[in-house]
Ligand binder design. Structure first.
Ligand SMILES: Nc1ncnc2c1ncn2[C@@H]1O[C@H](COP(=O)(O)OP(=O)(O)OP(=O)(O)O)[C@@H](O)[C@H]1O
Ligand SMILES: [Mg+2]
Length: 381
């Protein structure tokens, strides 16, 4: 009976160990088939598993892996850094904090960049070890750096271009203005001169916007703050946009704030903010539309709203339109401008400690831009 019992029991046992060996082989294959380097350690500092990628990535002598001691491995890995102690103390930190999950970017002395993740292994709520994953992201880092550098060079180019265009444009404008005064009073010529003035002014505006973008990206935008009534800003901004609004047959209604409401801002820049928004409202709406400009005080902030009943903005674009060069392309509708007005608006408002948001019920349903600026703030800037 006992013999029969034992033989009865031993069959599944053999099956079981065969199954577990097969499972173990499969697990090993999985570990070796990943592109990452993997290390598993237990709470006693024993290496319980690893793959060959780990040995190759960190160029670890075989005897260290054979020793199974995480301490020796840590020492070997830390030698790959200019500051080995820093590497080591970060591991101590991870262990002592029992951080459930960590992610770090490691810069090695040989120039490689490795992304390291770790995650605790727990059984029935008790931490039994940690799985470390290492991924070589050197190529990705180089690509990112190249992109950043290309972006910086593009900004620099635009800035230089704007500077170079500024003087000839100013000279051309002056010359054509003189021609307007002193040239022959032939109506056709007068008309042509008016076209040159309009177009040169448009070009100057584009160049000024580009210069602003350059100043913003290089942090060279200087603000000249002083006290100014909020309503003065509204009036000046409306004035700047009158021509465009009239040309498009729009009507502009202005709801002024309490006359005592004053801001401590660079007035010209805030006028630029509001006029950019009014300009957009006038541009992105069919002729004969309505624009509302309203200002008020809400919770210690001056709030300026520009509303239109124009083309509206798709939900997914509401944040993106504040990025440089982003424009909404609508089939059949030509796009003018450079797509930088709102990026300048956002940068200027934020430099004043404020915020700007766009809202729209969607395409065809109009848009609203809300600028919030702190009132009565005086800084030493
Ligand atoms: N009031 C608005 N209604 C609908 N779409 C708008 C409105 N304001 C901005 N947009 C969309 O956001 C985009 C970005 O606006 P932004 O002012 O930055 O650039 P732009 O007007 O195209 O060119 P510019 O550099 O001359 O201002 C616009 O091209 C337009 O598609
Ligand atoms: Mg614009």
């Amino acid at each position: 009976m006992p013999a029969a019992f034992s033989s009865h029991v031993s069959v599944p046992n053999r099956n079981c160990s065969r199954r577990s060996r097969r499972w173990r082989r499969k697990q090993r294959k999985t570990l070796e088939s990943t592109t990452d380097a993997i290390l598993v350690t237990d709470e006693q500092g024993v290496i319980t598993d690893f793959n060959e990628n780990l040995v190759e990535m960190w160029r670890i002598p075989r005897e260290i892996m054979d020793s199974r001691q995480h301490r020796l491995l840590r020492d070997a890995i830390s030698q790959r850094f200019e500051n080995p102690r820093q590497y080591d103390s970060r591991i101590d930190e991870i262990y002592s904090a029992a951080a459930p999950q960590t992610s770090d970017v490691l810069e090695l002395a040989d120039g490689r960049v490795i992304e390291r993740f770790s995650k605790v292994q727990s059984v029935e709520g008790r931490i039994v070890g940690r799985v470390w994953t290492f991924r070589d992201i050197t190529e990705r880092r180089l690509t990112e750096q190249a992109l950043i550098e290309a972006d910086r060079r593009k900004d620099e180019f635009l800035s230089v271009l704007a500077h170079e265009l500024r003087n000839p444009l100013a000279a051309a404008l002056m010359a054509v203005r003189l021609l307007q005064q002193k040239g022959p009073p032939d109506p056709t010529l007068q008309n042509l001169r008016a076209i040159i003035v309009r177009q040169t002014l448009l070009l100057s505006k584009l160049v000024d916007d580009l210069l602003d973008v350059g100043r913003i990206t290089t942090g060279k935008m200087r603000l000249e703050k002083k006290h100014v009534a909020l309503n003065t800003i509204l009036k000046e901004a409306a004035e700047v946009c009158t021509l465009l609004i009239e040309r498009r047959n729009h009507t502009l209604s202005v709801q002024f704030a309490d006359p005592s409401l004053s801001l401590y801002v660079d007035a010209a820049r805030i006028v630029q903010v509001v006029s950019n928004l009014l300009n957009n409202a006038a541009k992105y709406m069919n002729d004969g539309g309505q624009i509302e400009l309203a200002a008020s005080e809400e919770d210690g902030n001056a709030v300026i709203r520009v509303r239109d009943k124009g083309f509206g903005i798709p939900r997914e674009m509401l944040d993106r339109i504040f990025q440089r060069f982003v424009q909404i392309s609508t089939p059949g509708r030509s796009v003018d401008g450079l797509g930088i007005g709102l990026s300048v608006v956002k940068a200027l408002v934020e430099r004043h400690g404020g915020t700007v948001e766009a809202a729209s019920e969607g395409p065809g349903k109009g848009s609203e831009f809300v600028v919030r600026l702190p009132v009565f703030i005086k800084t030493n800037e």
